[in-house]
Design a protein around this ligand. Structure first.
Ligand code: ADP
Ligand code: GLC
Length: 492
């Protein structure tokens, strides 16, 4: 099967969050299952050409792609996804993608991803390579299905190409003023109140994708149900209910080579579920690089996150004083909204012996925290999948999470399952989106940590033995692709 995957982020080249991790890993596993895969990403100026051996695609040459009525010169570079022979194509248009960051609030943000989406299609034309499936991700590439079915419908090359749209986060929809219709050269008659492009008077890229892709997926099963309700559907629940039968939740896997405590090159000492001693040395190494004094018996709670409203740190703020009174140390890494950066920064300076906060993005530190912490906190209001809880489980770092989306699908609360007579719990979780519920869960985790070492080890081992590899998820994508192809081509 020939598969093209389009995404605004691909690890290790360009990453702000989990989307990059997913698109950096899934293609390798699809390849192992026999697919011929090509990946497409914008060439941001943060991508280091030399480091990744990007080279110019002479066979494609210069393309002129019209956006907002102006033909924009576009070139394509190429390299392989590290550790595989999957080809990655970089859409180069400096005017749009050399901005120092992946996403902007600039008035031409719509144009940037209209151009990218069209460039994916036009590169495929130049290559004369018709994918069986064109897999789009989030709003940035959600116009591709309508482009294929409408703007590029003249090209027979794509008549058998099915589209799949994966929703990694429904809160980000790509909503732009009506003038976007003309910039994208979408048919103006498709833009009307309640129509396939329109939402609250704006052009909504994600809505267009949901209505035009053959199949839709989300990144966990629970989230695929949650977004069908007004509570978490962010206004698109009604549209999604129309496509409910074509919507499937497939849990993200994790890159078990990148995130493996037995081989992780970011760690000073390796360890595994059989040789856990090394974990303590990582804890010491981590704390020795902070303001916190290493004490074997005091638990370290880690946080690695984008500081967005979604992530639930307002709940943390509500009980910050109570949490600080608990017998635990905190190592925090993240960046984003000022209110959370400020909260953690001030806790770090007021209680430097107990809290250390690094405001920024630091991949190596993220690995060290996973290895060195005893527990990991993710109090998300909603979480389409979440990767860090899976990394934590693999690193023997017990997750404390709010039971939502992918967190609910991966973290099994120790007490809940023990009560049912099952010793399969691998973490702690809470339902209510309140500071009190968060505090109570941290309290339960600390209680087991201090008073029942055998159970703590069991919880750690349960987590480390869970299987979140991409293998089974990639096989599910393959089935989803087959369904999409059937829909596009009809039976027979
Ligand atoms: P989201 O995509 O919503 O941010 P995920 O849990 O799916 O959440 O993925 C987040 C990814 O980004 C993880 O790989 C995590 O380690 C990484 N990450 C988030 N914030 C930082 C940071 N400040 N420094 C390094 N890595 C980070
Ligand atoms: C989004 C979601 C996150 C998910 C990631 C990858 O950023 O917020 O929960 O893990 O996409 O699918």
């Amino acid at each position: 099967m020939k598969v093209a995957i389009a995404s605004s982020e691909v690890a290790p080249f360009a990453k702000t969050g989990g989307l990059a991790d997913v698109v950096g890993a899934l293609p390798k596993f699809l390849k192992e299952l026999g697919c011929d895969v090509k990946v497409f990403v914008p060439r941001y100026n943060s991508i280091d050409d030399t480091r990744y051996d990007l080279h110019y695609e002479h066979t494609i040459g210069e393309m002129l792609i019209r956006v907002a009525g102006i033909p924009r010169p576009v070139h394509v570079l190429r390299t392989d996804l590290p550790g595989s022979s999957v080809q990655v194509y970089f859409v180069d248009c400096p005017q749009y993608f050399h901005r120092g960051r992946l996403y902007t609030a600039d008035p031409d943000e719509d144009e940037r991803f209209i151009l990218f989406s069209k460039a994916v299609i036009e590169t495929l034309q130049r290559l004369q390579w018709a994918p069986d499936v064109l897999h789009c991700n989030d709003w940035q590439t959600a116009l591709i299905p309508i482009f294929l079915k409408d703007n590029y419908n003249w090209d027979k090359l794509f008549h058998r190409t099915a589209t799949v749209l994966s929703i990694h986060n429904i809160a980000y929809q790509g909503s732009f003023p009506p003038s976007t219709v003309a910039k994208a050269e979408l048919r103006p008659e498709l833009f009307y109140s309640g129509g396939p492009l329109e939402m609250h008077g704006f052009v909504n890229f994600l809505k267009a994708g949901i209505l035009h892709a053959e199949m839709i997926s989300t990144v966990s099963e629970t989230y695929s149900y949650e977004i069908l309700s007004p509570l978490l559907g962010e206004g698109l629940d009604g549209v999604l209910r129309l496509r409910q039968h074509d919507l499937q939740g497939i849990l993200n896997g994790i890159d078990t080579e990148e995130w493996n405590p037995a081989t992780d090159h970011h760690l000073p000492i390796h360890y595994s579920s059989k040789t856990m001693k090394g974990k303590m040395q990582n804890k010491k190494f981590l704390l020795d690089n902070t303001t916190i004094q290493f004490k074997e018996d005091i638990p370290v709670i880690g946080i690695v996150s984008r500081f967005a409203g979604q992530k639930g740190f307002d709940l943390f703020a509500d009980v910050a004083i109570e949490l600080m009174q608990m017998n635990a140390q905190w190592v925090i890494l993240g960046s984003g909204e000022e209110r959370f950066e400020g909260l953690f920064r001030s806790l770090g300076s007021a209680m430097a012996h107990k809290v250390w906060a690094y405001i920024g993005f630091n991949n190596e530190l993220a690995h060290l925290i996973e290895a060195g912490a005893d527990m990991f906190l993710m109090p998300s209001h909603y979480e389409p999948c979440g990767l860090n809880q899976m990394y934590s489980l693999r690193y023997g770092t017990v997750p404390i999470v709010r039971k939502t989306g992918g967190l609910a699908d991966t973290v099994l609360d120790w007490h809940e399952y023990s009560y049912r007579g099952l010793d399969i719990g691998n973490g702690f979780s809470f339902n209510d989106a309140t500071g009190y519920a968060l505090q109570a869960s941290v309290g339960r985790a600390l209680d087991v940590f201090f008073n029942d070492k055998a159970t703590w080890k069991k919880i750690q081992r349960n987590g480390m033995n869970s299987d979140f590899s991409w293998k089974s998820s990639a096989a599910k994508y393959l089935l989803l692709y087959e369904r999409a192809i059937m829909k596009r081509r009809g039976p027979g």
